[in-house]
Design a protein around this ligand. Structure first.
Ligand SMILES: [Fe+2]
Ligand SMILES: [Fe+2]
Length: 277
C-alpha cells in the first residue's frame, strides 16, 4: 500500500511541488486509488498531482477528513474529472462553520453546496467506520474524547442558542490495514491525536505501526505534549510522519523523544507499507 502526500504546508528544498496551508494524500492499493482531502486550492492540488504523473480520472474514491476549506478547497477543481465516484465523509460535513478573529466572522467550511456535490458524486456519509476500498477505512466519528482535542478557539458553529465552539463531530481519520499493522492517516486531527488513536485501538484492535498527517499539536502545551509522548511510548512508538497543523515545536519535541521514528512529510513524500498491492 502506497501513500503519497500530495499537498502540505511544506515542500522539500529545491522541490518542484507547491505548498500551501492544507493537506491531501493519495492512497494507492491493488483495488484502486483514494484521494484523502484535497488541500486548499485546485491550483496546488492539480499542479502536484500532475508532477507525480497522476491523472485525477484514475482516482476511484474520495474521502474528506472534515469540512474545513484547507482540506476541501481543491474539490471544485476535481469534480469534472472524477464525476460519479463516491465521496466518504461524516454526516456533519455540511454543517456551516466559521472562524471569528478580531470580531470578524468568516465561513471556513465546504466551498460547495451539498446539491452541487450530490449532482456530481455519490455521497457516502456515515458516523460509523466505512470501508472505502478493501483494507482502507474511515474511522467514523471519534468517540470517547478523554484526552485533549485539537481545538482552535476561533472555530465556531451557530447552535440553537447562538455561537458555540465547533464540536468537530465531522473530524475523522483513515485507517489502512497493511501486512505490517495499522497505519492511521490524519487530516487535521481536531478530535485529538490521542483520542483518535484510542478510538482506532478500540474499533480496529490491531497494532498501530505508523501515523501520518496533520496532528494539530500547534497550540499544545507542555503537559499535552508530554502526554502524547507517554501514550505513543505505551503503543510501542509507531513511525510518525507529522505535517500540516503539527507545528514546529511539537515536531521537534517528538523528534527529540523518538529520533529516527519521526520523519517530515512535505508534499511529494512517498510512504510504502506491505499488503493490498
Ligand atoms: Fe480543520
Ligand atoms: Fe487543517
Amino acid at each position: 500500500m502506497k501513500i503519497t502526500c500530495i499537498v502540505d504546508n511544506a515542500v522539500s528544498d529545491h522541490s518542484s511541488f507547491w505548498g500551501e496551508h492544507g493537506v491531501a494524500f493519495l492512497i494507492e492499493t491493488a483495488s484502486g486509488s483514494i484521494l484523502f482531502d484535497t488541500g486548499r486550492s485546485g491550483t496546488v492540488l492539480l499542479h502536484n498531482l500532475k508532477l507525480l504523473g497522476v491523472e485525477p480520472k484514475v482516482i476511484n474514491a474520495l474521502a474528506l477528513s472534515h469540512a474545513h476549506y484547507d482540506h476541501s478547497g481543491g474539490l471544485p477543481a476535481l469534480l469534472d474529472q472524477v464525476a460519479g465516484i463516491p465521496l466518504h465523509a461524516h454526516p456533519d460535513l455540511f454543517r456551516e462553520r466559521f472562524s471569528r478573529r478580531e470580531g470578524t466572522l468568516k465561513s471556513v467550511g465546504l466551498p460547495l453546496e451539498r446539491q452541487a456535490l450530490e449532482e456530481r458524486l455519490e455521497l457516502r456519509l456515515g458516523a460509523e467506520p466505512m470501508e472505502i476500498l478493501p483494507g482502507v477505512w474511515t474511522t467514523g466519528e471519534i468517540t470517547g474524547r478523554a484526552e485533549p482535542e485539537g481545538r482552535s478557539a476561533h472555530h465556531l458553529i451557530c447552535g440553537p442558542e447562538g455561537w458555540e465552539p465547533d464540536p468537530y463531530r465531522d473530524d475523522m481519520a483513515l485507517v489502512l490495514e497493511t501486512d505490517e499493522g495499522l497505519v492511521v492517516l490524519y487530516g487535521c486531527c481536531h478530535a485529538g491525536l490521542l483520542n483518535t488513536l484510542a478510538h482506532v485501538g478500540r474499533t480496529f484492535g490491531a497494532d498501530i505501526i505508523a501515523v501520518a498527517g496533520g496532528t494539530h499539536l500547534l497550540s499544545a502545551d507542555e503537559a499535552h505534549l508530554r502526554r502524547v509522548i507517554e501514550v505513543l511510548r505505551e503503543l510501542g512508538v509507531p513511525r510518525l510522519y507529522p505535517n500540516h497543523c503539527t507545528g514546529q515545536r511539537a515536531y521537534v519535541t517528538l523528534a527529540q523523544a523518538f529520533g529516527e521514528k519521526v520523519a517530515p512529510c512535505p508534499a511529494g513524500t512517498r510512504l510504502n507499507f506491505g499488503g493490498a498491492e
